[in-house]
Design a binder for this molecule. Structure first.
Ligand SMILES: [Zn+2]
Length: 343
């Protein structure tokens, strides 16, 4: 019944300053909640756009986020009663004429992924694919040259404190208000087990990581899409793993958490390129001793991680090829590590 939402945003439009329809499912106008930019009266940073089966409102000036219904209620309560009535009637008629829910066609795996969606959107996060191109989260994706097909399913939250809603464990424990790009961690079944939030401003910590269930498998990013039968590359950073075909990330340099979950056969461990970092060099030695295959970056690589290499102009395919050409085990790996380290 999204057509009712479209009908009512148009009915409301005469009361919205600088209203414009920008695309099929995207409208923008000056935010009626905060009054929008005080410096520039032409700036319009209130957006209405599609999120799943309805339209939602979001202001990029004040950060307000609410359903279309609540926006209508705020601006025009009479129109809101009509909207509620029409929604109600259409709900009743669609229930009697089409008893099947539209979600019955989805695969079972997708159903469990929906729980991640509803949890995150329930806390006020928005999928990047539901945000306009110029939004700071999409700008970050653009600036970091992250692959769009992989980032569409990531989320944005305008205030990290809202993440407290995701778990009792974090109630009153998140003090900052940083806006973040959210990377949800899921298990193989697609259930969300934690998340990492990358700060989009320079205020808070660069990364904030939450783990929802202490008894669950250790946090590994990308497990829901991982194919254990194919060659696997494991990196430190979740964002770096997005460039790889069958890549996962441990979200740090603790690759020990892979044991029991990811086999050593067919797996390559890729640390960031930090030959001057004592701790990293000693972690690499430990991983080699444990029998893993490891990538030792060639001398010519000066960038710190895969994302920086992409920004410097290399393609994801070239980087994956370079990893495969520079992977070693055992004594050979130890020898290569000794030549590579700069400490
Ligand atoms: Zn606003």
């Amino acid at each position: 019944m999204i057509y009712i939402d479209h009908k009512y945003i148009r009915l409301l439009s005469s009361q919205l300053s600088h209203f414009k329809q920008k695309a099929d499912e995207l409208y923008h106008f000056r935010c009626p909640i905060c009054g929008d930019s005080q410096k520039n009266q032409y700036k319009a940073r209130g957006y209405v756009f599609r999120s799943k089966q309805s339209l939602i409102f979001k202001c990029h000036n004040c950060g307000d986020s609410r359903s279309l219904g609540n926006l209508i209620k705020y601006v025009d309560s009479t129109l809101h009663s009509q909207y509620v009535m029409e929604k109600y009637k259409s709900g009743v008629s669609s229930k009697t004429s089409t008893p099947k829910s539209e979600f019955q066609f989805e695969q079972p795996k997708f159903t469990s992924k929906l729980s991640k969606l509803s949890k995150l959107s329930g806390a006020g996060a928005v999928r990047l694919s539901d945000l306009p191109d110029g939004h700071i989260a999409n700008q970050f994706v653009e600036n970091r040259k992250l692959p769009h097909d992989r980032t569409r399913g990531l989320y944005y939250i305008d205030d990290e404190e809202k993440l407290e809603l995701l778990s009792h464990k974090y109630k009153d424990r998140i003090a900052g208000h940083t806006a973040r790009l959210l990377l949800p961690f899921c298990d193989k079944e697609g259930n969300m087990t934690g998340l990492t939030g990358r700060a989009l401003d320079n205020k808070g910590l660069r990364y904030l990581t939450l783990k929802f269930n202490p008894d669950t498998e250790p946090l590994i990013f990308g497990m829901e899409n991982w194919d254990g039968r194919k060659p696997t590359i494991v990196v430190e950073g979740p964002l770096d793993s997005l460039f790889l075909r069958n890549g996962i990330a441990v979200g740090g340099s603790d690759f020990g958490r892979l044991s029991g979950l990811v086999g050593k056969e067919n797996t390559t461990i890729v640390f960031d390129n930090e030959p001057r970092n004592k701790e990293i060099v000693s972690s690499m030695a430990k991983i080699i001793n444990a029998g893993w295959t490891i990538c030792i970056w060639p001398e010519k690589v000066s960038e710190k991680d895969i994302n920086d290499m992409v920004i410097a102009g290399q393609s994801a395919e070239e980087i994956e090829g370079m990893i495969n050409k520079n992977k070693f085990t055992g004594l050979q790996a130890k020898f290569k590590l000794n030549g590579w380290k700069k400490i």
